[in-house]
Design a protein around this ligand. Structure first.
Ligand code: TEU
Ligand code: CA
Length: 554
């Protein structure tokens, strides 16, 4: 299972993301915590995952749910104590599970000691830990906007200066140009490495290096220099899994981030397949249709172009994104079929798969009343768009589709009150469909979405072709079917997915691959999302969201 002694162990690993405040509450305050997570380790072991990516649990005023850290070397009391964290690391290891910490290094909280010192005066040694510009009140240094709305600049009258914040006003950006900042960060990382973590996810790492004009957010001139130094000073001392979050990564940059010589990270989260419906110059809230042919082309491009010279991470979901079954799948009639199809499609590819909590149950988006949303981004958007004259209806449509709270509703454990998440009042409402969709129901059911994920995780260990095989896209122009092969000298996989809710023909190109293998070596159907396992059904037709994974040994 979890083998952090071996180089590149993460090439066969499957990671599970836990968003701790929504995973499991243990003390009835309505907020998930570390002890709650410890109690659920057997569930995760049974699922078969290798590591948990734990979203931030460090001390934080929780302005952005922990992505605003006020002490990198302590645990927020809301989640527990440092002792709880040490217990988690030890118990997780006993279950064969490693822990990846979430490093938020682009910014700290404004309540961090460094920033509090920085505010004391321009001469304070910590002042230069942050990014400042002189100016006059009301005259912003430039027109940069914060991701969560409003200007990216905050005026501090005592200093007659602005500080720069790409996210909330309580998340001042750190000044990576200052070597002292970098040294403090490395020391802090070593402290975590000594505690036995298996690696890190690095929050918005492509935003740390600022362009001198502070006009663009990512890919600043010294970015890779900083990352290489960070990697050399910390991660390269062991076999750690590191994944950088980089919204601005294209293929060329991803090759640097995930270079096989380990000079930067193990892999990178890029978002090209997530942003396909983004209209240039508009916001993510301005909804547009999802382009299926583009999805195929983009995923295939990343598979092909990183082969042998980089490493992909594979994901549909995280705590910032809507639920995939509500986005590309069908969260009504074909919820189970489409959730499984999306899983099979992704887990057949090359890279390290990441599963976001609840994805393995096919959890869906929510439609809350406006006052039930909690996320700072959603709350700000709602206010700003109504002020700007948008209709309430259109704003709510955007929120239903894209709010980060879609991913943040409590984990659905069972059909008891609050889905077994808490005995108290949950910090955010539970999705009302928990009586239908929950872990208790699915773990025992061999035909469930959960059991399907479990099989895919097991396959990643069992079949080398999943880790190593070369990818080839089939029927690129087919408007309904996503199909591909994976191939090594010994093995071959064939994946065929109907991406839509209507029956369709299985494209001739797929049938040819099938027939060829069947004639020579015989073809095994490893997995399908229909209970007759595709057998009784003519292979020439694909039912709604039907997905099949075939295998043969050469
Ligand atoms: O997110 C980076 C980021 O820019 C987006 O995910 C952003 O939150 C989203 O697109 C808004 O529309 C990371 C974390 O994953 C996120 O939770 C934090 O809020 C953000 O950084 C700041 O730390
Ligand atoms: Ca709690």
């Amino acid at each position: 299972m979890f083998m952090k002694q071996e180089k590149d162990w993460w090439k066969r690993a499957v990671i599970y993301q836990v968003y701790p405040r929504s995973f499991q509450d243990s003390n009835g305050d309505g907020i998930g915590d570390i002890q709650g997570l410890i109690g659920r380790l057997p569930y995760l072991e049974k699922l078969g995952i290798d590591c948990i990516w734990l979203s931030p649990v460090c001390r934080s005023p929780q302005d952005d749910n922990g992505y605003d850290i006020s002490d990198y070397q302590d645990i927020d009391p809301m989640f527990g104590s440092l002792e709880d964290m040490e217990q988690l690391l030890a118990e997780a290891e006993r279950h064969g599970i490693g822990i990846l910490m979430d490093l938020v290094l682009n910014h700290s909280s404004d309540e961090h000691r460094w920033f509090q010192e920085a505010l004391k005066g321009r001469e304070n040694p910590y002042h230069d830990y942050y990014v400042w510009r002189d100016g006059a009140e009301g005259e912003y240094p430039n027109d940069m906007r914060s991701v969560f709305g409003g200007p990216a600049w905050q005026w501090v009258p005592e200093l007659q200066q602005y500080y720069f914040h790409q996210f909330s006003v309580k998340q001042p950006d750190l000044n990576w140009e200052n070597p002292k900042v970098r040294r403090e960060i490395y020391d802090m990382i070593h402290w975590w490495l000594d505690k036995g973590v298996a690696g890190f996810r690095l929050d918005v790492i492509d935003q740390i290096a600022k362009d001198p004009e502070l006009k663009v957010t990512c890919n600043g001139p010294r970015l890779h220099e900083f990352i290489r130094e960070l990697s050399r000073e910390t991660f390269q001392k062991g076999h750690y899994l590191t994944v950088g979050e980089a919204w601005g990564a294209d293929v060329e940059r991803a090759k640097l981030y995930s270079a096989p010589d380990g000079s930067e990270f193990s892999m990178v989260f890029q978002f090209e397949h997530i942003c396909l419906d983004q209209i240039p110059g508009k916001e993510k809230w301005d909804l547009a249709p999802l382009p299926f042919l583009k999805l195929k082309a983009v995923l295939a491009k990343w598979q092909t172009e990183l082969y042998g010279c980089g490493w992909n991470s594979l994901f549909w979901n995280n705590h910032d994104l809507p639920r995939i079954v509500s986005r590309w799948g069908n969260d009504g009639e074909y919820r189970e079929e489409s959730a499984k199809m999306l899983a099979l499609l992704l887990h057949g590819m090359q890279g390290t798969p990441f599963i976001y909590q609840g994805e393995e149950l096919g959890m869906t988006n929510v439609r809350f009343r406006p006052e039930e949303y909690r996320d700072i981004e959603t709350v700000n958007l709602y206010r700003e768009r109504l002020e700007a004259g948008y209709s309430q209806e259109s704003v709510m449509e955007s929120i239903y589709a894209k709010s980060r709270d879609n991913a943040r509703t409590p984990m659905q454990w069972d059909d008891s009150e609050n889905a077994g998440f808490t005995g108290g009042t949950p910090w955010i409402q539970v999705n009302p469909n928990y009586r239908e969709i929950n872990a208790a129901k699915q773990v025992e059911d061999p035909g469930s979405v959960w059991s399907f994920y479990r099989k895919l995780i097991e396959f990643r260990k069992r079949y080398s072709v999943l880790a190593e095989g070369r990818f080839a896209l089939l029927c690129r122009e087919d408007p309904r079917v996503f199909a591909y092969t994976r191939e090594t000298t010994e093995e071959k996989l064939l994946v065929i997915c109907n991406f839509f809710g209507e029956e369709t023909d299985c494209p001739a190109e797929c049938l040819a691959v099938y027939d060829d293998a069947e004639a020579q070596q015989g073809m095994e159907l490893l997995l399908s999302n229909y209970s007759d396992n595709g057998k009784g059904h003519g292979r020439e037709r694909l039912r709604p969201y039907e997905a099949r994974m075939y295998y043969f040994q050469k």
